[in-house]
Design a protein around this ligand. Sequence first.
Ligand code: NZQ
Ligand code: ZN
Length: 393
Amino acid sequence: MQNFEFYCPTDIVFGRGAEDKLADKIRQHGGSRVFLLYGGGSIEKNGLLKRIEDILNEADIEFEAMGGVQPNPVLSFAKEATAEAVNFEADMVLAVGGGSVIDTAKAVAVGLATPEVDIAEYWEKGREVEACAPIGVVLTISAAGSETSDSAVLTIDGTGKKGGAHSDIIRPDFAIMNPEITFTLPPFQIAAGVADILMHTLERYFTYTEGNLFTDMVAEALMKNVIRQGRICVAHRKNYEAMSEIMWCGSVSHNGFTGLGREKDFSAHKLGHVLSGVYNVTHGASLAVMWPAWATYVYEDNPERFAQYAERVWGVNAGTPYERSRAGIRLTREFFEQIGLPTNFTKLGIGVKDGAEIERLADICTANGTKRAGIFHPMDKKDAMAIYESVNR
Ligand code: NZQ
Ligand code: ZN
């Protein structure tokens, strides 16, 4: 086991009616002028925005609301929102939405705390985050895990690149998590969320660190549960128990807990982020395409590890490590297909690409061939091209 630090201070209110605690949590975490950020309108349609505005009005909490965050949120919008929040003199950012809204809120909160710095410095140029205003979340989709994670991902306009800022100080101060709020999600978004949740633990699982048995067991339990409950959620989105399991797994899967004591790989995310950055495809769907492709390309580096995944998560007991590895990868791909996710470029909606386009994707993934991505099989440009090509149909 490697040394680690684990700091995950988000104050979580989970369950039916959790939003009734919203005003208390805002005050407890220092908010009195709240900048409320949301997405493309789902919370206007399902009545959640009105409910939150009523709660804030009844509690005499000043707020300004701004909608319009799009999936795969862009840096330019985060800059506009930051200017609004600074102008309003907000002392807290409240994200009502999923990963896209929360990540934009994180950028706005950093911008509020350091208004003299252009937030592009952090998301585009890699400057370390120094300060952050308080962040509250009302979660509306179980997926990215941003409600407790240390990350925020924004698309850098016009480049096809998704830039991430990572720091414990951007973990939200509190998160309101009521599974009933997710009942209005379309099945495709539920499925994409399930894939993302599975992947946040799976991408931490492929490691060369020996031992670390507890982390393995936690990871395997989470993945088995996400697969079992994920199928139920996609078919029955109003199943409170299954939607609760997925919501809680979504947070735990990406707060760092399921990968403690080891390095993390995240190759499928690196490959998938390029597809989202260039073609604006749904994050979880990009992972459903890229993980089986990546796994098929690299499993021979360490078939024992892939065989352990196949055995403990999918119950594959027969065959050589190579055969069990292939069975585990096949079952994962089939699971994605069964819940309605794509596993190649055409099904992802981007069509078949020519060689020059595949090379462009690999260039973005590897900084024009100057960097390798991932640690399990550090991918160079040639590897990235081969992996993209394997699903280019
Ligand atoms: O925008 P609205 O109209 O609200 O619709 C959203 C959006 O179209 C809809 N939706 C959300 N809650 C709903 C709902 N529709 C009906 N009822 C509800 N209750 O769902 C769509 C997707 O929303 P989005 O926020 O994009 O989903 P997700 O949580 O999957 O976030 C994806 C973003 O998070 C980033 C991804 O790269 C992507 O940009 N990630 C962030 C991470 C982090 N900060 O730690 C880690 C992840 O790996 C990921 O990279
Ligand atoms: Zn993800």
